[in-house]
Write a protein that binds this ligand. Structure first.
Ligand code: ATP
Length: 369
């Protein structure tokens, strides 16, 4: 499933050079983006980067200052909010407290149609989809938070929107329920084939549910890619740092074929990376490497090129994995993470130990600056 790689696929949603200003403040800055049918698309970024503004423009609560947004090729600027095949599910899901689950789901349908049988059939279908059948007669206060969330979802899907917008949909749920609900959301999204666009602060959530993730910064898209590509091949220090944990080793580049030597600290051996694009001699460059790609040991490995010596100053034990914080030559802290399997020697590594850190040239990515 990669419609974004197929030139014959027409996007469901197209942002074309969209700018949104509030007074003199630019919230969305000349942004272009395609989202495809059946995608589960996540918008990620720090507070204030413009995620909600994107959603509100799709829903029709805001209009772009310039540029166009199309849904199935049609300019949304020409379509009233209530005529759009778009629905929005809010974080503070406002269910009607005096109506039953069944009536809550039927509410929007009743406003559009008088066909009672058709409405009942659709409500039953939604109850089955969200596994709420046995709660149909209960009022919202008689069901759990997770179940209420499913009612809100059933209600927003009942009218078969082409696009469902989810703004922090699971924000009110505790971690365990949240994780369960993520899989439920994915399952329901797949069964209905509806395109979902989700805004979340939780990067793990975005990585779990999304077909593609857009990382935003100050009203712009920094990278749009699959979760694996965002993690494995971030296009900037900003993205590498925003998603997951990363070590950034910054220094001066000396290219040697497609390999690059990085002199990063006086008196420290240089490290080596592999260049994805040409690097100029003397250019400032960052080698970004995930903690789980750094191997830690008490014995000095033989013949390793990327080898740093340091002292363990902190250990975070997380049960399945441990993260070691190691202070290397120039005072920088490098994190190394490893699985706590029985065979691993990291069990004997403790605070203040002298250790060796190694990683391969291809385990990290070279980024500008
Ligand atoms: P958060 O994660 O905190 O919800 P966000 O990424 O969703 O943030 P937006 O709500 O889209 O951010 O806001 C983007 C920027 O636009 C913010 O700086 C915000 O203050 C500004 N903004 C949003 N709506 C308005 C408005 N109606 N008037 C003026 N400024 C606004």
């Amino acid at each position: 499933f990669a419609p974004w790689d197929d030139p014959n696929q027409k996007p469901l949603i197209q942002f074309q050079n969209v700018t949104k200003k509030f007074g003199t403040f630019t919230a969305i800055d000349d942004l272009s983006l395609d989202i495809y049918e059946r995608e589960f698309f996540a918008l990620l970024g720090p507070s204030g980067c413009g995620k909600t503004t994107m959603m509100r423009m799709l829903a029709g609560f805001e209009t772009p200052t310039s540029g166009t947004i199309r849904l199935s090729g049609q300019d949304l600027g020409q379509t009233a909010p209530n005529k759009r095949a778009v629905n929005m599910m809010f974080q503070s899901y406002a269910l009607f407290p005096h109506l039953s689950v069944w009536e809550n789901i039927a509410f929007g349908l009743k406003r559009e149609s008088k066909d009672k049988d058709a409405i009942a059939a659709r409500v039953e279908e939604m109850l089955r989809l969200t596994r709420l059948g046995k709660f149909a007669k209960r009022k919202p206060h008689q069901i759990s938070g997770g179940q209420r969330q499913r009612v809100a979802l059933a209600r927003s899907l009942a009218k078969s929107p082409k696009l469902l917008l989810l703004d922090e949909p699971l924000g009110a749920l505790d971690k365990k329920l949240r994780e369960e609900t993520q899989f439920e959301l994915m399952d329901i999204q797949e069964k209905t084939g509806t395109t979902f666009v989700i805004v979340t602060h939780d990067q793990e959530e975005a990585m779990t549910v999304a077909s593609r993730v857009a990382v935003m910064d100050e009203g712009r898209l920094v990278q749009v890619a699959t979760p694996a590509d965002i993690y494995e091949a971030p296009n900037s220090v900003y993205v590498a740092d925003f998603i997951g944990d990363v070590n950034i080793i910054e220094g001066n580049a000396t290219p040697d074929g497609d390999r690059v030597r990085i002199d990063w600290a006086e008196g420290q051996p240089a490290i080596w990376g592999t260049a994805q694009k040409p690097v100029a001699s003397g250019e400032r460059i960052s080698f970004a490497i995930r903690p789980e790609k750094v191997t830690i040991s008490k014995e000095k490995p033989e013949d390793r090129r990327n080898l740093l010596e340091g002292e363990v100053i902190d250990i975070a034990y997380l049960g399945n994995i441990s993260t070691f914080h190691v202070k290397v030559g120039n005072g920088q802290i490098i994190k190394a993470q490893s699985a706590n399997t029985r065979r691993l020697a990291n069990r004997d590594i403790t605070w203040e130990d002298r250790v060796w850190l190694t990683f391969t040239e291809t385990a990290g990515v070279l980024l500008e600056g």
